[in-house]
Design a binder for this molecule. Structure first.
Ligand SMILES: Nc1ncnc2c1ncn2[C@@H]1O[C@H](COP(=O)(O)OP(=O)(O)OP(=O)(O)O)[C@@H](O)[C@H]1O
Ligand SMILES: Nc1ncnc2c1ncn2[C@@H]1O[C@H](COP(=O)(O)OP(=O)(O)OP(=O)(O)O)[C@@H](O)[C@H]1O
Ligand SMILES: [Mg+2]
Ligand SMILES: [Mg+2]
Lengths: 226, 226
């Protein structure tokens, strides 16, 4: 379903060139549960953004469900993102002026879900993530871990085919973190593909497959068939 | 050195009142190394902000080095913060338009340190935190863990008497996280008071004293003398 070949992503700062991704090739099949790990700065977030169609590679090929997505224009990418991909950002990117409930509702609004159905779906998400008495709080009125949970609820509320999670428990205590991971793993039982970046080796071990990165490359892959 | 008695901090959202801190009393002596732990939303960041003079309690008393700081005006608080307190924020609060090097230099500029001395202090901090080839990058050109390290470098560059760290390793891999913790702990050898909020029980155990919070209260304190 996710097929990357020779992916390169470079950034230029001043006269310095950073190879955030250097020749990454990868296959992730439908419904797979993959952990991506590696040192700070090794390219994990960049890889997740390329997979999530939020960033275009400078070279290489990316086929999503058999389709070459590198040839799509911005509208084409936005359409696929909205219908197939849920993204949990490392730093959440919540809408500052919207309440927790309205942030979670956003994908439902964009999908044209009717208000009554939206309200019940959002209520269920708030309950699942322990946010029921924070529904009206805006992000700046929430703790770090509460914001993280709003970001996770927003990304999962449409049960997307592909769920990309960048450090989803980085701001959560152990117990809350495990509750969240159980919710995400329950989605894989429904056939959702889950790709999780994590610094926590204990969380990484729970995935069926572990990919390790260093300096923009995949240096280890427990699921590689070669 | 840090003496809190009956500290209350309430937030009002709509018609709901949140008791972020409910009757917190605490003594932290000079040079102590304390970990603050507890579930998401339990009041850890709020407590750290009150201690760091970034937030005023609604009730209760706070003496810092014997002085009642609740009676100070904003300028008075700013003066003490700048001269005595280093704060590592849960979400960093770096200046978007400044490079990593200039973000780290900020406390030195505010303290009137001469440019030549500043440059050597900043160079040493960049090296210590593995950021030498990211000196010119702005925050949006850095990975999550790189931003976190810039925030830590900025807070420690003046070797403040009190260092307050809110989840300083939340975005760091294990190895980088331990390097950072070793740097922070080395500061306690110089007599600096270190108060660290952490979700990582393994990091919490390294502190000489562990304080646990729940629902805005201190529910456990391994260092309490009563
Ligand atoms: N916009 C940018 N401009 C320049 N360099 C960038 C940019 N974004 C990322 N980088 C660099 O690319 C490298 C990979 O960044 P990335 O955010 O993917 O790392 P990461 O593995 O997610 O790290 P972390 O674990 O710290 O979050 C880093 O060294 C970073 O400095
Ligand atoms: N500005 C605010 N307005 C309203 N409520 C707030 C505000 N700031 C914090 N709160 C609430 O106060 C409580 C404590 O927040 P705090 O940020 O101190 O928690 P925390 O222990 O740091 O949590 P985390 O581990 O998730 O970072 C939370 O329930 C939060 O929703
Ligand atoms: Mg990252
Ligand atoms: Mg917090």
């Amino acid at each position: 379903m996710i097929r990357l070949r020779g992916i390169q992503r470079r950034f230029v700062v001043g006269d310095q060139s950073v190879h955030a991704l250097a020749d990454v090739s990868l296959d992730i099949t439908d419904g797979e549960y993959v952990a991506i790990m590696g040192p700070s700065g090794s390219g994990k977030s960049t890889l997740l953004h390329v997979i999530g169609l939020l960033d275009r590679p400078d070279a290489g090929e990316y086929r999503l469900s058999g389709r070459d997505v590198t040839t799509l224009d911005d509208d084409g990418l936005a359409h696929i993102r909205r219908s197939q991909i849920g993204f949990i950002f490392q730093f959440f990117h919540l809408v500052p002026r919207l309440s927790a409930a309205d942030n979670i509702a956003l994908p439902l609004v964009l999908a044209g879900i009717a208000p009554q159905r939206r309200a019940s779906v959002v209520a269920r998400a708030l309950e699942e993530f322990g946010l029921m008495d924070r529904a009206r709080h805006r992000p700046d009125q929430l703790s770090g871990g509460q914001r993280q949970r709003v970001a996770i609820a927003r990304a999962t509320v449409m049960e997307p085919a592909v769920l990309l999670a960048d450090e989803p428990t980085g701001n959560l205590d152990r117990a809350t973190g495990f509750e969240v991971i159980r919710i995400l793993e329950a989605l894989t039982d429904k056939g959702i593909t889950l790709v999780m970046v994590t610094h926590d080796p204990e969380l990484g071990r729970r995935a069926r497959r572990q990919i390790h990165m260093r300096d923009g490359r995949v240096v280890e892959d427990s699921g590689r068939r070669q």
